[in-house]
Design a protein around this ligand. Structure first.
Ligand code: CA
Length: 230
C-alpha cells in the first residue's frame, strides 16, 4: 500500500507543503498541483489513486473540477476528498452531491486526514491485500470467500463473491448490466447480459438467508444498485 499515489491540489504553498509532508510520512507517494489545470495534466500523465482537492482554487474551483472529473467515465471512480475552509453544512452537502467521496474542513489534524484517506481508499477498494471488506454490518472475508453478517456466515461461490466484492466497494451507485459485465467479468469475456440477472438472483438468494435481499436493488430501465439505504 506504500505505492499509493495521492495528488494534492492546493494553491497555498504552506498548506500544500504540509500536506505533502504528512502524506510522505504516512507512506504515500504524493504529487502536487497549484490549480485544476495543472492537476488535469498530472492525472492524464500519472493517474493517482486519490485526490486531495482544495475547494477554493484560482481559475476553475476545486468543486467545479471535481464535478467535471466525476462525469468522465475514466475518472468517475477516482476518489476525491474535498478540503475547505468553509464549514457550512450546505457546502458539505454540495461537495458530496457532486460526487466527492469525503469532505474535510480546515484546519484538521494530520492524523484525521490520514484516517479519512485510509477510509476512502478502503471503500473504493484501492487498498489491496486486505483480509476483509466491511460495509455497514456486512463483512466479506477475502481469504475464505465468506460473507459475514452479524453472527452468521455463508460461503459464496466465486462469481457471486466477485459480484459482492464489486458491490461492497461501489455502494449506492447504479450500474448497467454492461458496466457490471465489464467490471466483474472483464471486457475480454463474452457473457450475455441476462447472465447477470441469473447471478443477481443467486446473490439475492444468499442475502435472503440473512433477510437482506433488499440490498441489491433493481433500478428499472437501467440496472442494479447495491445500497444499505432503501
Ligand atoms: Ca485555496
Amino acid at each position: 500500500m506504500s505505492s499509493l499515489k495521492i495528488l494534492v491540489v492546493e494553491d497555498e504553498d504552506a498548506i500544500r507543503g504540509m500536506l505533502i509532508m504528512v502524506l510522505q510520512q504516512a507512506g504515500f507517494f504524493p504529487t502536487a498541483a497549484k490549480d485544476a489545470e495543472e492537476a488535469q495534466n498530472i492525472i492524464h500523465d500519472n493517474p493517482p489513486d486519490l485526490i486531495l482537492l482544495d475547494w477554493m482554487l484560482p481559475g476553475i474551483s476545486g468543486v467545479e473540477w471535481a464535478r467535471r472529473l466525476k462525469k468522465e467515465p475514466i475518472y468517475s471512480d477516482l476518489p476525491i476528498i474535498l478540503l475547505t475552509a468553509r464549514g457550512e453544512e450546505e457546502d458539505k452537502v454540495r461537495g458530496l452531491e457532486i460526487g466527492a467521496d469525503d469532505y474535510m474542513t480546515k484546519p484538521f489534524s494530520p492524523k484525521e486526514l490520514v484516517a479519512r484517506i485510509h477510509a476512502v481508499l478502503r471503500r473504493s477498494g484501492k487498498i489491496l491485500g486486505q483480509a476483509q471488506i466491511c460495509l455497514g454490518d456486512l463483512i466479506l472475508d477475502i481469504d475464505q470467500h465468506r460473507l459475514i453478517i452479524g453472527d452468521r456466515q455463508l460461503e459464496v461461490s466465486p462469481t457471486e463473491f466477485r459480484l459482492m466484492h464489486f458491490f461492497m466497494t461501489h455502494p449506492d451507485k447504479v450500474y448497467t448490466r454492461t458496466q457490471l459485465l465489464d467490471q466483474v467479468w472483464g471486457r475480454s469475456v463474452y457473457i450475455e447480459e441476462r447472465t447477470i440477472d441469473v447471478h443477481i438472483r443467486r446473490l439475492r438468494k444468499i442475502l435472503e438467508e440473512y433477510g437482506r435481499d433488499d440490498l441489491v436493488q433493481t433500478v428499472r430501465g437501467f440496472g442494479y444498485r447495491f445500497s444499505m439505504v432503501d
